[in-house]
Design a protein around this ligand. Sequence first.
Ligand SMILES: [Zn+2]
Ligand SMILES: [Zn+2]
Length: 399
Amino acid sequence: MLGEGGTALAKLNVAIRQFQADQDRELDPRGLRQAIDSLEGTFAADIGRCQESGVHLADGSATVVNWVSRLCGMSATSVADRLCVGRELGSLPRIAEALRTGEISYQSTSLLCHLREQLGEKRDLFDEDEMLGYARTHSVASLRYLCRFARHVADPDGFFNEAEADYSRRRLDISQIGDGMFAIDGILDPESGAALRTALESLAKRLGPDDERSHKQRMADSLGELVHHAMDEGKLPQRNGVKPHLNVTTTLEGLKNETGAPAADLELSLPISTRTLERIACDSTISRVLLADSMVIDVGRATRVVSAPTRRALRARDHGCRWPGCDRQVNWSTPHHIVAWSRGGPTKLPNLVLLCYFHHRLVHEGGWQVVQVGREFRFVPPDRVVFRRARAPGLRWAA
Ligand SMILES: [Zn+2]
Ligand SMILES: [Zn+2]
């Protein structure tokens, strides 16, 4: 148990328990962090001494990292960090003193120690007073940047080799989870990561005053929009002789939203809702496949729902998404049928309007209605549609 016996550590534990039990003590997070960080420095020095003494070998562990990790319930990375700090502080007395007295934090100390260790044979270039000055005046984030900068100046080859080693860690996992959603997890190199973030953030701005999506939702939508855009542009490399695209399979009854019709399939595996099917059908290429007893007996020619001349005329008329306040240009917008073509709406200019990916989805899945008034379009939110229906004749309960 902590605090038993008469050792120095036991006395420290008694003092800690008294401190924790004191309900009236003044709140001082900075002072408390300084005390914890000061002790982290002591811990780092102590496990360095353990390593020298070889106590881990006597205890059956090949390395001191394994031994401390098991003994103290720490990750190997954390133990390796403390060992580096312990080793380097032995040669950096003024930085060690600044950590002990709470002048600089443990995290800042760790950055300086790792920098000096990385410099290897060039460690003489490490100017203790100059780096201590930076640690006193800079945040941890900007000190990290400074250390990387200093590393590059002192040892460009080492910096390059380390960056290449980091580059080999890049990966991207895209896996489908139980409900059909996809989980993405990955590590990108600095250049690709910055490019992805810049591209997504340019698309993730709010689209008009009605846009209530969170920033994370907008970033996720941006990725989807970027990918759809790349596929729509038709410039991605072909696979098996065709441009990459999504396949949706449905029946005539499904397309007409008839009761009892089976759900449409995305990529022959995922059922999708009728509303999503209708959105995808708004601007798609359709092939008729005739089946008899599950055997394909005829495949019709693929035809684009919105013909090239109509598409050109629509683009010239709308110039981009027509949603109020939305700035998506024509190349980022898609034709929407005000009355769905599966329900008899013609694919002609008066029945079409350009919408961006997000607003097209808001109309179909979100239940908004597009109403044409003269040359203008009005967008009616779903609650107002319900309100209007509730006031329709014959519904006396809604009066
Ligand atoms: Zn549509
Ligand atoms: Zn829009």
